[in-house]
Design a protein. Sequence first.
Length: 174
Amino acid sequence: MRGLLVVTAALALTACANDQSELRSWMDGVRASTQPVRERIAEPKRFEPFRYDNAAQIDPFSPEKLAAAIEKFQQRARDGLKPDLNRRREALEAYPLDTIRMVGRLSNDRQDYALLQAEAVVYKAHVGSYAGQNFGKITRISETEVTLKELVQDAAGDWVERESSLQLQEGGSK
């Protein structure tokens, strides 16, 4: 076995000869016959810098412009949507909306009622009732869904309306 290993190693070493003249002549022939493809590059367009003439413009950082923008922002905040903080809170407003489940619907001649469950207690709510911690007011009750309009503050501190819904939950668990 050892003899076979020695013979294999000797053959491998003899195959690594320094005579690479045949390889070099082939590479020279390929280099000589290959012509690079050169495409003409289009001339670049002439650059003309933009000239900003601010002599006739209003300075965006002038105190008058900033005061007008602040006044507009404050007016929008005064006139915009606001929750009624003085009204009496309802029981379902103590729970986040994602913990309230719609478990059923009741109806009589005058009104539809949604059966909403929060912490193993079932509440009866109608259109105009409030639910959730974001001043959510129920606007519609169907057989499978309760639709609410919530008032939430955006990044600027303004109150915005957001529509949410509770779907009828089937089965005993969430």
